[in-house]
Design a protein around this ligand. Structure first.
Ligand SMILES: C[S@@+](CC[C@H](N)C(=O)[O-])C[C@H]1O[C@@H](n2cnc3c(N)ncnc32)[C@H](O)[C@@H]1O
Length: 248
């Protein structure tokens, strides 16, 4: 799939800006209605979206199976679509019905895609309920783990590792500053829940992380984690002993 950026003053550029403003409102409305699952008041910015889509560039030009989970209004989907080599498959999982309908329109209207539309699918389900035999080379997750229970996070991370092919990568982000938010939390159980989620994710990082970056230009700034499923049982046990020195 080829991709051409619109000229700054072209009608396409202005249409794009107007569309993003409309999406911003739609995102805010859904975030007020479903704060726990949406987990943020604005979609990811371009620099965060591009970093999340980076593993696809690393795989180019190989055909890839890609899974995007929690796509919202599609800011990361837009970074993924032009990077997907011909013949690849993109499954988009989004639990919110309004966002899923919006994503279907986005995919249908995406330039240069019509010939390959059957290879991009939007699934309006919770990722925990996704039924598939497919295994993925790249998973990109936009889920707000800090709003979930430790059990739900553990179930989803386990599912991701199961859905990844050996050697495949999972990329996800969390917002910076959660430590300060925890100190402001009125209830102890809520602070404990957040700490437990953080500790649980730290265990996954300790085992599988291959990189971590901070995107200061996002609002709010975000930390991007990249995890890799080991190639085989031998490398899996090696991953447990030789850990990269990654901060939490
Ligand atoms: C923080 S928003 C991220 C949206 C988008 N990826 C972005 O970066 O702008 C999280 C999204 O995950 C969706 N979501 C939450 N829990 C989910 C689940 N269990 N399965 C699938 N989607 C989920 C929400 O509806 C929301 O659209």
């Amino acid at each position: 799939m080829s991709y051409t950026a619109a000229e700054p003053d072209s009608p396409t550029h202005h249409r794009g800006r107007a569309q993003r403003a409309t999406e911003g409102w739609a995102f805010l409305v859904e975030s007020i209605r479903n704060h726990r699952t949406v987990g943020s008041i604005a979609p990811s910015g371009k620099s965060l979206a591009n970093l999340l889509a980076e593993p696809l560039l690393e795989r180019e030009p190989r055909i890839s199976n890609v899974l995007e989970v929690g796509a919202g209004t599609g800011s990361v989907t837009r970074a993924l679509l032009p990077r997907i080599p011909r013949g690849s498959r993109l499954d988009i999982v989004e639990s919110n019905a309004h966002f899923a309908a919006h994503l279907r329109r986005l995919v249908r209207g995406y330039p240069n895609l019509p010939a390959q539309q059957e290879q991009v699918r939007v699934h309006n389900v919770y990722v925990e309920q996704l039924t598939t035999d497919r295994r993925y080379d790249v998973i990109v997750s936009g889920l707000p783990f800090t709003n979930f229970s430790p059990g739900q996070v553990d179930e989803i991370m386990g599912r991701y590792l199961d859905l990844l092919r050996p050697g495949g990568t999972l990329t996800y982000f969390s917002y910076c500053g959660s430590r300060w938010v925890r100190t402001l939390l009125p209830s102890r159980p809520e602070a404990r829940r957040q700490r437990d989620v953080k500790d649980l994710l730290h265990q996954y990082h300790h085992r599988y992380a291959i990189g971590c970056w901070t995107v200061w230009g996002n609002l709010p700034p975000a930390k991007v984690w990249q995890l890799r499923r080991p190639l085989d049982a031998v490398s899996a046990s090696a991953a447990l002993t030789a850990q990269p020195d990654l901060s939490r």
